[in-house]
Design a protein around this ligand. Structure first.
Ligand code: MG
Length: 213
């Protein structure tokens, strides 16, 4: 479990704990979700929000919980989404109890990859995503030389193992590859909540030595 995992040194805190002053809507205008008791809450109808900070390769940690919507099913049940770099959505949904989650269920890379297993907790319980994001690599002409890759843990369960994405999922901020992007959270009309959001920028290449010289 990674609930409450403290942000390590060098992490960028994506939620200031008080408000959404470091977030905007997709069009750049002020975000209108609310923060109460350190919890970021979707305000249905106010639209997706994204961070002012942008990252290229990074490790993302966040916690979320979906509401209990017993009368709803499928995509209408606790839907939101976490868009790495504003372009690649890891689905947030109440998929608790599904034996074989599909490409639209919680933990899926939306419409591209189903999670390896169902890591969901019950609705209203806090859950975690831990994501290693490796941006696409470009050649000198700006063409994709190596595709974007992600490894994802859901509540500490490995659900994507270094998968190679063909490109952006639906509704990206744009279709550029290999450039920094914000974290974008989706307003899909449901009362999903988030907390403890942070990102650690990662070096583009491995090294035998890290840290100050
Ligand atoms: Mg979604």
């Amino acid at each position: 479990m990674t609930d409450g995992l403290p942000a390590p040194a060098g992490a960028v805190l994506l939620l200031n704990g008080r408000d959404v002053s470091n977030w905007t809507k997709r069009d750049g205008s002020a975000a209108e979700w609310v923060v109460e008791d350190g919890i970021l809450k979707v305000v249905p109808g106010k639209g997706d929000i994204m961070t002012a900070e942008t990252c290229l390769d990074h490790y993302l940690h966040l916690e979320f919980r979906v509401p209990d919507m017993p009368d709803k099913t499928g995509q209408a049940k606790g839907n939101s989404g976490v868009f790495l770099a504003g372009r690649y959505e890891v689905q947030v949904l109440d998929s608790f109890g599904w034996a074989r989650p599909g490409k639209g269920d919680c933990g899926a890379v939306y419409n591209q990859f189903a999670p390896l297993s169902n890591g969901c907790r019950k609705p209203t319980e806090w859950q975690t995503y831990d994501v290693a994001f490796r941006a696409a690599r470009l050649d000198e002409s700006g063409n994709v030389r190596e595709r974007v890759r992600m490894t994802v843990f859901h509540n500490g369960v490995l659900i994507h193992n270094n998968i190679e994405l063909p490109g952006a999922t639906g509704a990206p901020i744009d279709n550029r590859e290999g450039v920094p992007g914000p974290l974008l959270l989706q307003d899909h009309g449901d009362l999903v909540q988030y907390r403890n959001l942070w990102a650690v920028p990662l070096p583009a290449h491995g090294s035998t030595v890290y840290g100050p010289a």
